[in-house]
Design a protein around this ligand. Structure first.
Ligand code: FAS
Ligand code: PHB
Length: 388
């Protein structure tokens, strides 16, 4: 088989890149190791930046998103049993949109199918070859048969545990990592959200987040030990702990119900530089990971796709130098989101052995954020997403 761009990974970044390139007349093949059902079963990001919705609209996957997305013009933050609001739109003129990654992925699959996009799932042993040469190719196995795809370019959209990043020699790769000493225990429940906007809660017992997918589907998180297992938490235990960490009036209004999904996610800040090597380009979680506190993971993957697809369209239009600055361009935005996500995670979470003084410093930081227009503007412009 031959294609122009071979994409490894059929999550949101791989599907979106394939969709944009196909609409620009560039041939792609997507290789995904899981089944489509497995990819669609993942519950992950919940918030899209305005810039991300624009990229999805240009890709032609906006109809259901524009019908169902929920505009959020601000967020609530709470500490010491009270909350305050940061108004994104007042400070930046922008908003964010609640529309789950699961929906984005489903829309992308539907659009790829409608265009006859080539997505080969349930593959194994995917391996890119000759990335420094002029004739790269990718081998993979499916149904006990080895296959080969000859291509011009290879894109690693295969997430943190994928194969692509490892193809860049350790002598070339520079990795930066911070693993946080806690995780997030997340619950999805068919209950009305406790608040019309998200609530990020700082509490001496640990962080909590009240989020949502729509007016009948809520998403909640509590900070937990990094070794915690979902099965160790009954629904009742989860709801009780969530109530302890949010303001009393919110806790009193909380509608609980059976969890339809419960999972623990580790938190890490991670960047692997460069995001390109020879004919290989890295996108999304394959190159960087942010703690979900800042709702940046999916949005960063989409901005990487924005930059790389623009460069590839220019490359195939004859500008053979168009791809040379992708890594530098993408990393500038990545590091901004890495810093913001670190800042917000450090502000809102309870660290092991955190002293009473450090808790007071966090609460003082939050009090400053509540009263300072410049502090709120700084947070708002980073939360809604810096311009591409
Ligand atoms: P993905 O990891 O989504 O997709 C990579 C794809 O590549 C997967 O389908 C995988 O099966 C496939 N793959 C891997 N190795 C392969 C191989 N060798 N061959 C072929 N295919 C291969 N972000 C937020 O903004 N908010 C959140 O609340 C949030 N919660 C998260 C919770 C969890 C548990 C995780 C893991 C991530 C969360 N994220 C969140 C971040 C998440 O949304 C990512 O940023 C987003 O999925 C990035 O998309 P991709 O880069 O496409 O990577
Ligand atoms: C979510 O709804 O899953 C969500 C929202 C905001 C975040 C993280 C996760 O910062």
């Amino acid at each position: 088989m031959r294609t122009q761009v071979c994409i490894i990974g059929g999550g949101p970044s791989g599907l979106l890149l394939s969709q944009i390139l196909h609409r620009a007349g560039i041939d792609t093949v997507v290789l995904e190791r899981q089944s489509r059902a497995h990819v669609l079963s993942r519950i992950r990001a919940g918030v899209l930046e305005e810039g991300s919705t624009s990229v999805l609209r240009k890709a032609g996957v906006d109809t259901r998103m524009d019908r169902e997305k929920i505009r959020h013009e601000g967020t609530l933050l709470s500490a010491r049993n009270r909350s305050f609001r940061v108004d994104f739109t007042q400070h930046t003129g922008k908003a964010v949109y609640v529309y789950g990654q699961t929906e984005v992925t489903a829309d992308l699959y539907a659009a790829r199918d409608a265009m006859g996009g080539v997505i080969i799932d349930s593959v194994s042993n995917v391996m890119p070859h000759d990335l420094e040469g002029e004739t790269p190719f990718v081998t993979y196995e499916k149904d006990d048969t080895e296959h080969r795809i000859n291509c011009d370019l290879v894109v690693g959209c295969d997430g943190f545990h994928g194969v692509s990043r490892q193809q860049i020699p350790t002598s070339v790769r520079r990795e930066y990592e911070r693993a946080y000493p806690f995780g997030w225990l997340g619950v999805l429940s068919e209950t009305p959200p406790v608040s019309h906007e998200l609530i990020y809660a700082n509490h001496s017992r640990g962080f909590a987040l009240c989020s949502q997918r729509n007016d009948a589907l809520s998403r909640y998180y509590i900070q937990c030990d990094v070794t915690d297992k979902p099965d160790a938490w009954s629904d009742e235990m989860f709801w009780d702990e969530l109530r302890r960490r949010i303001p009393d009036d919110t806790a009193d209004a909380l509608v609980t119900g059976a969890s339809i999904e419960k999972s623990v996610a580790p938190l890490r800040s991670f960047v692997s530089e460069p995001m390109q090597w020879g004919k290989l380009f890295l996108v999304g979680d394959a190159a960087h990971i942010v703690p979900p506190t800042g709702a940046k993971g999916l949005n960063l993957a989409i901005s990487d796709v924005h930059y790389l697809s623009q460069a590839m369209v220019a490359y195939y239009a004859g500008d053979k130098d168009a791809l040379s600055s992708y890594s530098e361009t993408a990393l500038a935005r990545v590091w901004g989101a890495i810093r913001f996500s670190w800042w917000f995670t450090t502000l809102m979470h309870r660290f092991p052995k955190q002293s009473d003084l450090e808790q007071k410093l966090q609460e003082s930081d939050l009090a400053y954020l509540e009263t300072s227009v410049s502090a709120q503007t700084s947070m708002a412009e980073q939360y809604v997403g810096m311009p591409f």
